[in-house]
Design a protein around this ligand. Structure first.
Ligand code: NAD
Length: 264
């Protein structure tokens, strides 16, 4: 019996086989969850459908999270298909490329709104839409980044959005707690994905990460998948409102360890 046997899990934010959502999907499938996927728009359909069929998943629905109607439509279809849902994974983020380089103070009003809408509000909107069919003991999960709490050059608007996302995680944990539903976030180290490549200077940031992190290794979607499995399974039955770092320990460091160079 798997850790998620008997649980229905919907994963939002699958774009391709590099997506963190794909690492999560594979871990969930391995542990017996019945899965459903949602993807942003038509352009991704040809990538997402083969991945879904690889895992034997036939609930695959388009949902642009900027649209309340599309969110309501997926929730409606999920209710018909699954009855109740145990797990919702929100692995979605977006900001215009213009907002991901240079000075943060140059962020446009429209760019600020867009990043907050797609990267933060969508988590709240999904939670509200699925609340009537979430089963007691269920879990909501989102993905965040260390740029929420410390300045990561060029991450700019996404850092501000992730700070709001982490705060939203705590507020929703408080709202949903009495129903026995937990709300958590994973703060992942840099991973080479479509979304990450939009951040100016990402390649250097990715390379420097492993030099600074105590474990001297980058993290993978599979690492996030296993952490998501813990947070969304009964193993984490009284863990809520948390941000779990999956980052080889990077966030505990104030500077790179100089001993490495001396000893090495
Ligand atoms: P990804 O590009 O594979 O996933 C991002 C997803 O967001 C895509 O599936 C995209 O289609 C979706 N999306 C964007 N706009 C949308 C919309 N309007 N409606 C519905 N979906 C929309 O990249 P990823 O790195 O796997 O990103 C997943 C999450 O992980 C994001 O929240 C990202 O910020 C976060 N994260 C990524 C890293 C990293 O280094 N890759 C690190 C920490 C956190």
């Amino acid at each position: 019996m798997g850790l998620l046997t008997g649980k229905n899990a919907l994963i939002f934010g699958l774009a391709n086989d590099k997506s963190i959502a794909w690492g999560i999907a594979q871990a969930f499938a391995r542990e017996g969850a019945q899965l459903g996927f949602s993807y942003a728009g038509e352009a991704l359909e040809k990538r997402v459908k083969p991945l879904a069929s690889h895992l034997g998943v036939d609930f695959v629905e388009q949902c642009n999270v900027a649209s309340d109607d599309q969110i309501a439509n997926v929730a409606d279809k999920a209710a018909k298909r699954f009855g109740q849902v145990d797990i919702i994974v929100h692995s979605i983020g977006f900001a215009n490329k213009d907002e991901l380089s240079g000075h943060f103070y140059n962020t446009s009003r429209a760019g600020f709104h867009l990043a907050m809408d797609i990267s933060v509000y969508s988590f709240v909107a999904l939670a509200r839409a699925f609340q009537p069919i979430m089963r007691k003991g269920g879990a909501l999960l989102t993905l965040t980044y260390f740029g929420a709490v410390k300045v990561a050059p060029n991450y700019n608007m996404m850092g501000v959005a992730k700070a709001a996302l982490e705060a939203s995680t705590r507020y929703m944990a408080s709202d949903f707690g009495p129903q026995g539903i937990r709300v958590n976030a994973i703060s992942a180290g840099p991973i080479r994905t479509l979304a990450a490549m939009g951040v100016s200077g990402f390649r250097d940031m990715y390379k420097n990460f492993a030099d600074m992190a105590p474990m001297r290794e980058n993290v993978t979607p599979e690492d996030c998948g296993n952490a998501a499995l813990y947070l969304c399974s009964d193993m984490a039955s009284h863990v809520t409102g948390e941000v779990l770092y999956v980052d080889s320990g990077y966030n505990i460091m104030a500077a790179a360890d100089p001993r490495e160079k001396k000893e090495g």
